[in-house]
Design a protein around this ligand. Structure first.
Ligand SMILES: [Zn+2]
Length: 278
């Protein structure tokens, strides 16, 4: 069978992290993985791995993404990174749950209309608010009305986690037309997501599945969702189990052992996310 060459394939990474320059400048002694979350450094990584474009995800933590510590400052920083990238970065809008829900929606409207964000990121665990909390109702309603994708962090670590798959199911039920991206495929609650129409990104979780389940079982799991629902994504530089420098090679090695044809690989690598972002 004709296998896909994942390294050479042109890709859009649907989930990465870049920390704005002003935050790097304010933390010159940082030594953690976030040092790698630097626009210049990442551009070289893109080049080397044939990642043509990438989606910068915020963290629902304005202290990591701005020195003004507000959602609007985060959005301005994202806009700057996008502008300077000459079309190589997409950005998702941030949420700061210290704001009232209607204030958050005002910031989102401004993020989309002024700061040209391409979607919205909801991180229940970082914000301490459950994915299906009434807090996010206005956010989902806004996104549904505007046809903007919402990416929800879903890596539940315990029963009834703030980002549990059951909560995602309830959101999908309430907002049937919402363009939903479930990050990390719902981790080990993935099976619950199969009946949904949502897209799933394989960020952070793919190498974990490969280690725990093996390649064949992981391949089956991805197939269970179907090629049209899968988004190539890594969570660079914070993959949990891999050092930043080996994330892409590990992804290519795992995916290269699977049964995706070059045509299917192209859909997963960039076709699906391109369609979602319009
Ligand atoms: Zn992430």
């Amino acid at each position: 069978m004709d296998a896909a060459d994942w390294k050479q394939l042109k890709k859009i990474d649907a989930h990465i992290h870049i920390i704005p320059d002003e935050v790097h400048r304010a933390n010159p002694d940082a030594e953690d993985v976030w040092v790698y979350a630097d626009p210049e450094r990442y551009r070289a990584v893109m080049e080397e791995n044939h990642v043509e474009k990438a989606v910068i995800m915020p963290l629902n933590d304005p202290f990591l993404m701005s020195m003004g510590f507000t959602a609007d400052d985060v959005h301005r920083n994202l806009f700057e990174m996008k502008r300077r990238s000459q079309g190589r970065f997409y950005t998702f809008a941030d949420l700061d749950v210290r704001n009232a829900p209607e204030e958050s929606v005002c910031f989102l409207r401004r993020a989309v209309d002024v700061w040209k964000t391409d979607g919205i990121k909801v991180h229940p665990n970082n914000s301490g608010v459950a994915a299906d909390s009434p807090y996010f109702d206005a956010v989902y309603a806004f996104a549904e009305e505007r046809g903007i994708p919402v990416a929800i962090h879903c890596y539940p670590g315990r029963e009834n986690d703030l980002s549990s798959a059951d909560r995602i199911l309830r959101i999908a039920e309430r907002y049937p037309a919402l363009k939903l991206i479930v990050c990390h495929m719902g981790a080990f609650e993935w099976e619950r997501l199969l009946p949904l129409g949502c897209h799933v990104d394989i960020s952070a979780i793919l190498p974990v599945y490969a280690r725990i389940l093996g390649i064949a079982k992981t391949n089956q799991l991805l197939r269970a969702f179907g090629v049209h629902r899968l988004l190539f994504a890594t969570d660079y530089p914070d993959s949990r189990v891999l050092p930043p420098n080996s994330i892409y090679d590990a992804y290519f090695e795992i995916l290269g052992q699977m049964d995706f044809t070059p045509r299917e690989a192209e859909r997963i690598a960039c076709g699906n996310i391109r369609e979602l972002l319009g």
